[in-house]
Design a protein around this ligand. Sequence first.
Ligand SMILES: Cc1cc2nc3c(=O)[nH]c(=O)nc-3n(C[C@H](O)[C@H](O)[C@H](O)COP(=O)(O)O)c2cc1C
Length: 333
Amino acid sequence: MQIGSVKLPSPFAIAPMAGMTDSAFRRLVKRHGGCGLVVTEMVSSEGLVRGIDRTLEYAEYTEEERPISIQIFGGDPDKMAAAAQIVEGMGADIVDVNMGCPVPKIAKHNAGCSLMREPEQAASVINAMTRAVKIPVTVKMRAGWNDAERNAPRLAKMVEDAGAAAIAVHGRTAAQSYSGSADWELVARIADDVRIPVFGSGDCVEPEQIVDKLRSGVDGVLVGRGVLRNPWILAQAEELAAGRPARDVTLDDRGRFLLDYIDMLKHERVDETRATSHDKWIVNKLRALASWYTKGLDNGSHLRTAINSAGSLDQLREIILNFFSPARFVLHV
Ligand SMILES: Cc1cc2nc3c(=O)[nH]c(=O)nc-3n(C[C@H](O)[C@H](O)[C@H](O)COP(=O)(O)O)c2cc1C
């Protein structure tokens, strides 16, 4: 699997998720294996061009994350080209354009999924970017804006002609948000129609589903919420695809992941103008992850409630140890 000149060690990747896929999380998932590409949370082209500290923070990454794609959003070709140059200057391997975000705050500025409603403008953005940088420019889109405008197949061809090096398609419309299910037939049709690699995205929560989707004709699979529930899912999919049994993940492994995540977040640089302290920021990050991570776990709702009530990092660690390694507490009494 290759995007432009960038070789991916696996066709499975962590989907970009605002608020969730920070550098620490991406590194941890990558360390568990099976991950061919990581993508940052979406970053504002406007903020990049204006050099806003908080924006730059979202674009930060470490060497161990390579190959790394930085995802930007915006609708103005010149600004997107300038932002792509900044991303290239930051050393990213790939710059990705968000054409899938349905959130009004983004979409109303002619960015995110609303770009899909103006395919000529979307193609101009890609054209300006590909002329401005040497690194591959990729596009992440949805099936379309709504059921009456499922234009991903046409837009895919247009952005390919404009120089895009790969496309990712989340098989839902913006109007669907996360309801219904992703249309993987549409994604496979697009993969068949264009020459550049196509990633599919949507609804893979078991490693078997990732392998099935890969066999449906796409070149790669982006996994979002499935990774938040099970950070080992890409490694398990890689094992299954190679004909080996998928590894077991123990309760202890799951607890260790959260503790490692806390430790790594402690070492992250955070914007000093944040309203909350570094520790409080970490507690909030763990709360956000817990709402996904606890799904499907026995007594997961208890863990979620406990994490939501934690006021300090010490409390958080104790709750995690208590839940995932109860034997430790038995030994101590
Ligand atoms: C919390 C959350 C944040 C997301 N943020 C982004 C984003 O910043 N950029 C983007 O292109 N997609 C974003 N997505 C969409 C995902 O990348 C993915 O396409 C979608 O969730 C479907 O895949 P899944 O079913 O594997 O989660 C986000 C999804 C979630 C759940």
